[in-house]
Design a protein around this ligand. Structure first.
Ligand code: ZN
Length: 209
């Protein structure tokens, strides 16, 4: 996840993978004396990006409209360690994701999956200038990228990654065409959610050879 600090209110990009993870970030924000978060932008609806949301009271949650239905469905499931185990028994392909969820959450008291309160179809600009733009793609239909214009950072979430393991077909790979389409001279840093940040020149060299 990322924090875009701003005197008008900070923006969180993704919520952390659990309430405990969110609280670690909160301790970091307090230690650094950064302004309170006011917005929480979901890059997409996958659990490891949204399960910390219930530990961020007082933020407005922003997400693409295609994420609402899957998040409502996730919110209605009776999450517990027992439920996770039963689900994996029924569908072993869920093992990778559901075992990780079980490790991430040690206590389910007060846990909730929260759909976005404010949605958008194409793009949305927060009062701080942070721009959220829908890109969709095979990883998640609601994938959005977040541009922080005054620092030249583009936060990519998981947008160009292959679909999650339980939905992946043998022919699925990273969406390099999408990644290429995001190359821009307005961006200095590309930040994927599960990789090291790369500079524009590095991204361009990797994608265009
Ligand atoms: Zn994902």
């Amino acid at each position: 996840m990322a924090v875009v600090a701003d005197e008008r209110g900070s923006t969180l990009v993704d919520a952390g993978q659990s309430p405990a993870h969110a609280r670690e970030i909160q301790a970091g924000l307090a230690a650094a004396g950064l302004p309170e978060p006011r917005w929480l932008v979901y890059t997409h609806h996958h659990w490891d990006h949204v399960w910390g949301a219930c530990a961020w009271p007082g933020v407005e949650i922003v997400g693409h409209e295609a994420g609402v239905a899957p998040l409502r469905a996730e919110a209605a499931r009776p999450w517990s360690h027992r439920y996770l185990r039963e689900q994996v028994r029924e569908n072993p392909l869920l093992g990778h994701s559901f075992r990780a969820r079980a490790l991430a959450v040690d206590c389910w008291d007060g846990f909730a999956v929260l759909p976005p309160a404010r949605t958008f179809a194409d793009e949305l600009t927060l009062p701080t200038g942070v721009l959220v733009r829908h890109v969709g793609g095979g990883h998640a239909p609601d994938s959005a990228v977040v541009l922080v214009p005054d620092s030249g950072v583009l936060l990519l979430g998981d947008c160009w990654y292959p679909p999650p393991a339980h939905l992946r077909r043998p022919e699925d790979g990273p969406d390099l065409a999408m990644a290429r389409g995001l190359l821009s001279d307005d961006v200095d840093w590309y930040v994927s959610a599960h990789d090291e940040p790369v500079r524009l020149a590095e991204a361009r060299a990797a994608l265009t050879g």
